[in-house]
Ligand binder design. Structure first.
Ligand code: ZN
Length: 164
């Protein structure tokens, strides 16, 4: 994706109040992010472990969503697959995150959930830029570009479900 600024990020949020978008923690190292290798920018709130954020380009410009991590469920499988990049991680490496829907849907308490890499580094896993460990990545005959395109489609679908 193209590099984005803090101002663009704060203006992109669709499912939180303007006040929340103004206060939420934007990464301080935007200049050092590997933008060429990112399909979206995702980060966790260092001060609030149950909060995360995802910002991605779309046909309608940048779309940002605030996410909440679900509490770990008892009896969950030992390994889970990220639904966006199809990387498998043990334990809490994949977690369910939920996004309140934008607008009226969100006011009515509706949300959309996604199983996602807990560090939101999907773009790097699918490009082999970050090691997911033994068995983390399926062997596929797709090119990196094809995998990135697939993840882009899944992210767009997730965001479309939030925007409604
Ligand atoms: Zn992932």
């Amino acid at each position: 994706m193209e590099p984005v600024t803090e101002r663009e990020i704060r203006a992109s949020f669709v499912n939180c109040s303007k006040g929340e978008a103004k206060r939420l923690p934007v990464p301080g190292d935007l200049a050092d992010r590997p933008w060429d290798d990112l399909d979206f920018l995702g980060w966790r709130d260092p001060a609030a472990p149950q909060r995360a954020y995802l910002v991605a380009p779309s046909d309608d410009g940048l779309v940002g969503v605030a996410l909440r991590l679900a509490s770990p469920a008892a009896g969950r499988p030992r390994r889970n697959m990220c639904s966006l990049c199809l990387t498998t991680h043990p334990g809490d490496g994949v977690t369910l995150m939920t996004a309140r829907k934008a607008g009226r849907g969100g006011q009515q308490g509706n949300s959309v959930g996604v199983y996602i890499c807990a560090d939101l580094a999907c773009s790097l896993y699918l490009r082999g830029k970050k090691d997911a460990g033994p068995g983390g990545r399926l062997h596929e005959s797709l090119t990196v570009d094809e995998k990135a395109a697939r993840t882009g489609v899944k992210v767009a679908g997730f965001l479309a479900g939030i925007v409604g």
